[in-house]
Design a protein around this ligand. Structure first.
Ligand SMILES: Nc1nc2c(ncn2[C@@H]2O[C@H](COP(=O)(O)OP(=O)(O)OP(=O)(O)O)[C@@H](O)[C@H]2O)c(=O)[nH]1
Length: 522
């Protein structure tokens, strides 16, 4: 196509065509399809030769949904034969074809026809033009339908999945991710012309203002999401404490640019923010990674994919790399990968939170010194067995064992030696008990052993053998230790569990009273 930039914006189509005839249009040798923000009118001429003898119907399609004014003039034998107005300063319903992108079918007579285009827009001047017969246009259309069906389908699944997670987990990250994803999808839905096509065909105002507004929502949600997702409160506290100022600053900037009332200013400023925002997101991701945030491992490649896709799209529209449908869709493919990776990382975050919770729960129930369960674990461990024993009429026993004169060991040899004794005693206990018995560290130097399905005589026998065993053990520095043991047994139907523990405690007390190093069973 040959091009002319009309700085005065005052040429008539006939004047523009004559200018073309005078060879004053320039060849678009780089196949550039984007001309940035321009106040100028862009004229283009596409000479089309129909070498057959019959007329041929061909469709011209301008693959851009946001241009304000598109006029197409058909010149035959130097005569203007037809004028078609497209672009979104016209109602969608006034278009000659019910298609997402502006398009017109024309019957090209034999010989040469000159198609003159006139473009004017406050938005970026990107003008990829397609020419083909109805069959080619239909197959192009269905390819697009598949692509956008897959894109919006995938984004919708991610959106629902993360929103449901937010609903159940009540973690803000999932909500912010859902909003970020929604803002991108809505923004994309608008600038690809889907909104005008299916949602607001009868409103030019919405077509022109929804896109810049959603662009702002996309930027704003991206910034909030980054700050919250990367847990900057922990990893980048300076940024976290400045977050309200950043949000407020963005809102003020939005007010200022929207008050100018100029869409080119609004879109241009926001495009600049979008470009710097990607770099900002990557930098924050990097620092967060350096600070040890495991989620940054997903965040950095995700943003890199989104940004990479956007870069391919813009390079293709600027003509730096060859323009193609797939290159133009780079941003959408990149964003889909970005959104999927972020979603995976939120799944990973979920797993981390679960594991941390689990290990906190286990830690709260385990004694760190002896690795035995502590008193807190007792109800969960013993209650079900107690209830089962009640049903099956099994006897249950409790052994309470306390080390004698343990304070003296600490006083004489120090706490570390005392700790070693406790560790060794626990180890020996584990070795000498059945797998079904449950030993716990009940207090400082006191151990409780719950013996399921064990009647009093056997429990007493076990207690006696433990007492004897500990008496014969020798330790580092500490020559000998002794233990006092109380044993209580009952059928669960006869007594409460708490009561049984109390009885074992009383038995232990009486073993101490009787001079220690002995077993008392009740
Ligand atoms: N090293 C060490 N000592 C502990 C630990 N927990 C409790 N103790 C000590 O165990 C001692 C218990 O002392 P007491 O309750 O007076 O009992 P005792 O000296 O064993 O005397 P009797 O029980 O009457 O035979 C205290 O000195 C506690 O500081 C621990 O985890 N490590």
């Amino acid at each position: 196509m040959l091009l002319l930039l009309d700085k005065q914006n005052n040429l008539t189509p006939e004047q523009a065509f004559n200018t073309y005839k005078e060879n004053r249009f320039a060849q678009n040798s780089r196949n550039q399809v984007s001309f940035g923000f321009t106040k100028n009118t862009v004229w283009g001429v596409l000479p089309i030769t129909n070498s057959a003898t019959d007329s041929s119907i061909q469709v011209l399609k301008i693959d851009n949904a946001w241009l304000d004014e598109i006029d197409i003039y058909f010149f035959k034998n130097d005569q203007l034969r037809r004028h078609v107005a497209l672009g979104d300063s016209l109602l969608f319903t006034q278009r000659p074809r019910d298609e997402r992108m502006p398009a017109v079918a024309h019957s090209f007579e034999a010989g040469e026809t000159f198609v003159l285009f006139r473009f004017q827009s406050e938005d970026p001047m990107t003008i990829p033009i397609y020419l083909g017969n109805e069959g080619a246009i239909a197959s192009y259309k269905s390819e697009n339908a598949y692509f956008y069906g897959a894109l919006y389908g995938s984004l919708l699944i991610l959106l629902i999945y993360n929103f449901v997670l937010y609903f159940y987990l009540k973690e803000r990250r999932y909500l912010l991710y859902s909003l970020y994803l929604f803002a991108f999808t809505a923004f994309n839905f608008t600038y690809t012309g889907h909104g005008f096509w299916v949602a607001w065909s009868d409103s030019i105002w919405l077509q022109q203002w929804v896109m810049p507004t959603l662009m702002f929502c996309y930027i704003f949600s991206g910034v909030v999401f980054t700050i919250e997702f990367l847990n900057t409160r922990v990893f980048l506290p300076a940024l976290y404490s400045a977050r309200r100022k950043i949000y407020f600053g963005l809102l003020i900037l939005a007010c200022v640019i929207f008050l100018t009332g100029s869409r080119s200013v609004i879109v241009m400023v926001q495009l600049m923010i979008l470009t710097t925002m990607s770099i900002w997101m990557l930098v924050i991701g990097y620092f967060s990674y350096k600070g040890g945030n495991p989620l940054a491992k997903f965040f950095i490649p995700a943003i890199a994919m989104g940004t990479g896709g956007a870069t391919i799209s813009s390079l293709a529209t600027w003509g730096v790399i060859p323009y193609s449908q797939w290159a133009f869709r780079g941003i959408e493919i990149g964003m889909l990968i970005e959104m999927s990776l972020l979603s995976i990382s939120l799944g990973f975050n979920f797993k981390m939170v679960q594991e941390a919770r689990k290990s906190a729960e286990t830690n709260a129930r385990l004694d760190p010194l002896t690795n035995l369960y502590n008193r807190r674990a007792f109800p969960d461990l013993v209650h079900p067995i107690w209830l089962l024993g009640k049903r099956n009429k099994n006897p249950m026993s409790i052994i309470l064992m306390d080390l004698d004169w343990f304070k003296r060991i600490n006083d004489q040899f120090g706490h570390t030696v005392g700790d070693e004794v406790l560790e060794r005693v626990s180890l020996e206990l584990k070795k000498r008990l059945r797998d079904s018995d449950i030993p716990l560290r009940w207090g400082g130097e006191e151990f409780l052993i719950f013996l399921p399905n064990t009647e009093g005589g056997k429990a007493k026998h076990l207690a006696e053998s433990l007492r004897k065993h500990f008496e014969t053990l020798s330790f580092n520095k500490v020559n000998k230790i002794t233990t006092s043991i109380g044993v209580a047994s009952a059928f669960p139907s006869q007594i409460d569990l708490d009561k049984l523990i109390m009885r074992a405690d009383e038995a232990l007390y009486s073993a101490k009273q009787k001079g220690r190093n002995q077993v008392v069973a009740v």
